[in-house]
Design a binder for this molecule. Sequence first.
Ligand code: PSU
Ligand code: MN
Length: 304
Amino acid sequence: MNEYLDLSPDVKRALESGSPVVALESTIISHGMPYPRNLKTALEVERIVRSNGATPATIAILGGRLKAGVTPEEIETLAKRGQAVTKVSRRDLPYVVARGGDGATTVAATMILAAMAGIRLFATGGIGGVHRGGERSFDISADLEELARTSVAVVCAGAKSILDLGLTLEYLETRGVPVIGYGTDELPAFYTRRSGFPLKARLDSPEEVARLLKAKWELGLDGGAVVANPISIEHSMDPEVIGGAIDRALADAEAKGVRGKEITPFLLARIEELTGGGSLDSNIELVYGNAALAARIAAELARM
Ligand code: PSU
Ligand code: MN
């Protein structure tokens, strides 16, 4: 076990006994949603993972220690401090650790810590990707490279169309990352169930997904996979409404010159404002759905 990593007693017990564990990220808490709904959501996600037969491991960096499994009080601190906590991706990890700081882990950093701990499944809302205009700005989320190299499956609701979904799929194809449509033939677009981008792999049960993951890793094909689980019909948004808000938020980011790691949190907050909170309600519901599915896949994988 890595000497920088602490497992919570729950997570340690589950991993030692081969029980299913699901990793959860912390950037979504501190940078992805406002307080206090971020706190309520993070605690509820843990409850949903448990009720679907797995142990939740919320991942973060506290006082320079890598944590797989944090206490409700620690979640509360991350939720309250919000964007004052450093957003940590692969690049930022050694800096925060060496200085004994606190960090909220992105999809990429959460995958790294999950893999260190021996956790194979991870649930979140959406992954980062190639930003619109990425062919010129080179703004490509480190999440994609991490998916290429680290063997953790990420259950998400696809990616937001703040990104260029076509380029994101091309990138994942080049880097050999399977993108599985869960019960769909299309990449879901986070707030909506459809993006118009067809996928080459569709699976319809947790067991089938677990079988794919087992095959991939037993073949020696290191790296992750994206399990793209569409938002429920009930909670999905009107494509016109959300599309308009996204275009407006992108224009505002451009006008303000927002760049680098600040862009994604800026867009999320702006879209929430522009939709009168509607995007946040959808965001929370889809995370719940992903947590349940990840727990069920983890349970199948543990059984195999
Ligand atoms: N997409 C969302 N919500 C989020 C994020 C992405 O819908 O909270 C967060 C995740 O932590 C993701 C990160 O890993 O943003 C990507 O940031 P960047 O584009 O700077 O790599
Ligand atoms: Mn970026």
